[in-house]
Ligand binder design. Structure first.
Ligand code: AHR
Length: 497
């Protein structure tokens, strides 16, 4: 069977929100401290304590939104600890992530400064598990209120005259687990209660996000939607791709064989089933699709790199991770009517990072390059596609060999992203563009591939896996025939004369 993609250029299925390309940074391991915050006195080039190289790299991929401060950390975080002069900020124990000292040197002001430097919106996760309603309400007031308010005065005294815009606010994190081990009925009531006091000040409109289910906990989704859908703008979903067993051994980030590669692809593709089934529940309570499904934690989770603190969740990132990113983003596109935001876990030095750092050195991972190549889809129109793909089989299991999606941007250019999940065989594909009669097509292609499944970028070899121009295609009228490399992510950008 051949591989064939029909792109129906005249059928728009929805808008791919730029927020699908969001990220997540937690006070965990070396993500915030070292990865983002080095302090003003550091020899590492920084602006007000924040690494310049990391900010530049994040700007390049047009990060639209950043989620902070956790994660599990969020439900033990007390925002007042992280404001005021740094030398007097309270030290705390980071109980979730290795019991290390949390200096609170990176707090609300530093985070919102970071967002302004990147040019992205802020998504703050509030504390339901161990915080009070008042504490949450006052955090939002501190950030967004102007005029006469003791909290606005305190913010001014701490150096920020004008309020910030706060776009997204999460009412807790994983409250079924680290955020309080709650039952959905109990959390649904708490959600209704806490969100009442998350106020809109000075025209700032907060998009309220309820804590949603873990993976396939459909009862949680059902309960939350039944009890509180009218009071939320979004509800979260967390799903990680773990090739092995979460508790007994997740698998290595770099030492794996083709069997493990195949299992990883199976598990990454599961995102489609999860979104489909959660959407079916949401559709019953919210047929108009007003409430967004916010996949605010996703990505690969492996065993920590040997020799590193296991609680710091530091892992390398190979071409396999690039494929996980490519297929997952394609899945999000297909569900863009319901998936309004997604946040890859996590930005720097933790889990499926886009950036790794070591002292003053920084390396961009294969996942970073996928975000860079795919950024053309941000806020573009998703086009109807029909994909016929050969299977990629191993050990009696089968996954589709190819994954694809297509969009049209405001300037009228078409962007087609294609993943070949098979690490050993290239794939020929015929792409047919329907609904237009192009006089002439002008195509630019970029591909990301490697000569080995385990290939990754290191501080010594930062360019082992980097995008390259792609020219293994030819056109015939409105058809494009292309040859996709094994284990590759390819993006075609098409203009019409
Ligand atoms: O991303 C790491 C952790 O995974 C987060 O803190 C938590 O929300 C999830 O369990």
């Amino acid at each position: 069977m051949a591989n064939r993609l029909i792109v129906q250029t005249d059928i728009v299925k929805g808008k791919i929100s730029k927020y699908i390309y969001g990220h997540f940074a937690e006070h965990l391991g070396r993500c915030i401290y070292e990865g983002i915050w080095v302090g003003e006195d550091s020899p590492i080039p920084n602006t007000r304590g924040i690494r310049n190289d990391v900010v530049e790299a994040l700007k390049r991929i047009r990060v639209p939104v950043l989620r902070w401060p956790g994660g599990c950390f969020a439900d033990e975080y007390h925002w007042q600890d992280g404001i005021g002069p740094r030398e007097t900020r309270k030290k705390r124990i980071n109980t979730h992530w290795g019991g290390v000292v949390e200096t609170n040197h990176f707090g609300t002001h530093e985070f919102l400064d970071l967002c302004e430097m990147i040019g992205c919106d802020a998504y703050i996760a509030g504390n339901v598990g161990s915080g009070t309603v008042r504490e949450m309400a006052e955090w939002v007031e501190y950030i967004t209120a102007d005029g006469e308010s003791a909290l606005a005065e305190l913010r001014r005294a701490n150096g920020r005259e004008k309020p910030w815009k706060l776009k997204f606010f999460g009412i807790g994190n994983e409250n079924w687990g680290c955020g309080g081990n709650m039952r959905p009925e109990y959390y649904a009531d708490l959600y209704r209660h806490y969100q009442t006091y998350v106020r809109n000040f000075n025209g700032n409109r907060v998009y309220r996000i309820a804590c949603g289910p873990n993976t396939d906990d459909y009862r949680w989704m059902e309960t939350l939607m039944r009890e509180a859908h009218g009071l939320m703008d979004g509800i979260s979903l967390h799903y990680y791709t773990v090739p092995g067993d979460f508790w007994k051994g997740k698998g290595s980030a770099t030492q794996f064989d083709e069997r493990e590669w195949h299992v990883t692809m199976q598990k990454a593709l599961r995102m489609d089933e999860l979104i489909t089934r959660h959407t079916a529940i949401m559709d019953r309570y919210d047929p108009a699709g007003r409430v967004g499904l916010i996949v605010d934690e996703w990505g690969a989770w492996y065993d920590a790199e040997p020799g590193t603190n296991p609680a710091f969740l530091y892992q390398q990132n190979t071409i396999r991770d690039a494929l996980i990113a490519g297929v997952t983003l394609n899945i999000f596109h297909q569900h863009c009517k319901r998936v309004h935001m997604a946040n890859l876990a996590q930005t720097v030095n933790v889990l499926q990072s886009v950036i790794l750092t070591e002292g003053e050195r920084m390396v961009l991972t294969p996942t970073y390059h996928v975000f860079d190549m795919y950024k053309v889809h941000q806020d573009a129109r998703l086009l109807e596609t029909f994909l016929e793909t050969e299977p990629y089989k191993l050990d009696g299991k089968s996954v589709p060999r190819l994954s694809a999606s297509a969009s049209r941007d405001d300037g009228g250019r078409l962007h087609i992203s294609l993943c070949n999940l098979d690490p050993t065989a290239s794939a020929a594909i015929e792409i047919e563009l329907r609904g237009i009669a192009p006089v002439r097509m002008e195509i630019a292609g970029t591909e990301l591939t490697a000569d080995d499944m385990r290939r990754h970028n290191t501080f010594e070899q930062p360019d082992a896996v980097v995008p390259a121009p792609f020219d293994r295609f030819r056109t015939e009228g409105s058809r494009i025939r292309a040859e996709l490399a094994p284990m590759s992510v390819t993006v075609l950008s098409i203009g019409f004369a």
